[in-house]
Design a protein around this ligand. Sequence first.
Ligand code: SF4
Length: 327
Amino acid sequence: MIPRVIMSGIRPTGTGAAHLGHWEGALKSWVKLQDMGECFYSIVDWHALTTEYQDVKNIQGNVRQVLLDMLSVGIDPEKSVVYLQSAVKEISELFLLLGMMTPLGWLERVPTFKEQQAQLSDRDINTFGFLGYPLLQTVDIVIMKADTVPVGEDQVFHLELAREIVRRFNGLYGDCFPEPQPFLTPIPKLPGVDGRKMSKSYGNAIYLSDAASVVEEKIKPMVTDVRRKRRSDPGVPEDCPAFALHQAYSKAEEIAMVASECRRAGIGCLDCKKILINNINAFLDPFRQRRRRYEKMAVADILETGNRRAAARARETIARVRALMNV
Ligand code: SF4
């Protein structure tokens, strides 16, 4: 299917900042999709509340960080509609209306519902808002009349729910929403500097906004293959998290050289990491340059323009929904 209208969102949680894992898993395809259709990219601050409603002080500061991250990687506000979810009030109206016809069982069986409740056991997320967040995601998509949603494999179920809700709505009241299709993005196994999956919550991430010196400080002490205790010990690159990053950010000939030299202890880990540091910094440099440019601009105005464009689309949709639902 050729994408016509594309929608995706990013949560302004944690420190707000996006890392290399976010780039590989989402932002990279967002940039690509800009040339394939009309894109709506939302900073979903209401979604942040579903898990962080008890600690809200950083949300708006994070919104600016996320916005700068999006702009720095090449999301172009001339091409894409970049907006803040909470600025489009029609989303809450459609959330209420679709909530009337969404069976409770559909929400309860979303696999991440129970998983996340178990994972985030330090927080009380036994709330109506948390149960409803897959419906809120559905609303984000359908209110823009999106037919394409870039998702990782783990999000496909949410999209299936959105498709079921669309079918139910269209069946009950008449044709209104397209059934959104997934645009599958591979979920990379990008390790953080401690060897676990790169994640904000593990404190092991390389952020898109990290200065070159910060990248160096993080990678130099990064864990490597445990076999290489001494410089003369040969290693197995496949067991080294630094090598996994080489595979993502180094040239083919460098990857081949590092692999063979590691195996015969021909290169020390520090020298190997220097190559990696240079390559990651070269990769991040265009992002840093764009970020510096945007930091000098009134990015709030960019968001304001996006908010207006998104609200205009949402108003059209809600008018049609209200006519069909007779309210
Ligand atoms: S030489 Fe490179 S790939 Fe091999 S263990 Fe050291 S850091 Fe990892």
